[in-house]
Design a protein around this ligand. Structure first.
Ligand code: E4P
Length: 217
């Protein structure tokens, strides 16, 4: 499973990259705003800064919601850097734009997926990635991980190559469950990724090894 970090914070991206296990980055307009990145020129520069830190794919979201606007913005984003994946909302014109980009060889991430029907359309439109938001579904007492499992089943039934990018991951167990189900990618906060390495027996075991070493030296 590929690990993406879901942030526009350059320090956290650097930290995750330094771990050596990072495969890419997802951003969205809210994450950009959270870092105080506003204005088209600053946002575009920020995408390039992120691409220069990581080696993998970087999702950059269009703001337009009409076909022509999404195509114009998406083409400009794709030209920015070879690592950019154009992130498109799951709406009617978004599906049309996704098909257009896939025929042009421009990679896409269809975002704001909350149902299997939406997932099916994203695959048929040739999306490179599609992002079901599991945390936001859990927030409204709906089974986010169940959605990932259903999409996995449907994609495997037909051999769709669109990658399931489990998004809105909130904690470490989400990552583990996504891996069990067979999500292709997960994107989450650094804290959820770091949670994977924590175990009290590791800490106490290491403390004992070091104490025993000290005794003998
Ligand atoms: C996905 O690409 C989105 O940026 C993200 O995962 C949304 O997560 P949230 O529900 O924590 O905002």
């Amino acid at each position: 499973m590929k690990f993406f970090i879901d942030t526009a914070n350059l320090d956290q991206i650097r930290e995750a990259q330094a771990l050596g296990i990072l495969d890419g980055v997802t951003t969205n307009p809210s994450l950009m705003a959270k870092e105080g990145i506003t204005g088209e020129a600053n946002i575009l520069k920020h995408y390039v800064d992120i691409c220069n830190i990581v080696e993998g794919d970087v999702s950059a979201e269009v703001i337009a919601t009409d076909f022509d606007g999404m195509v114009k913005e998406g083409e400009a984003l794709a030209m920015l850097h070879e690592q950019i994946v154009v992130k498109i909302p799951m709406i009617k014109d978004g599906i049309k734009a996704c098909k257009y980009f896939s025929e042009k060889g421009i990679r896409t991430n269809v975002t704001l997926i909350f149902s299997v029907g939406q997932a099916l359309l994203a695959a048929k439109a040739g999306a490179t990635y599609m992002s079901p938001f599991i945390g936001r579904l859990d927030d409204i007492s709906t089974d986010g991980l169940g959605l990932i499992a259903d999409i996995r089943l449907i994609y495997d039934n037909y051999g769709y190559e669109t990658q399931i990018l489990a998004a809105s991951v909130r904690h470490t167990m989400h990552i583990i469950d996504c891996a069990k189900i067979g999500a292709d990618v997960m994107t989450g906060p650094l804290s959820a990724i770091e949670g994977l390495m924590k175990h009290p027996l590791t800490d106490s075991g290491l403390a004992k090894f070091l104490a025993d070493y000290q005794k003998g030296n």
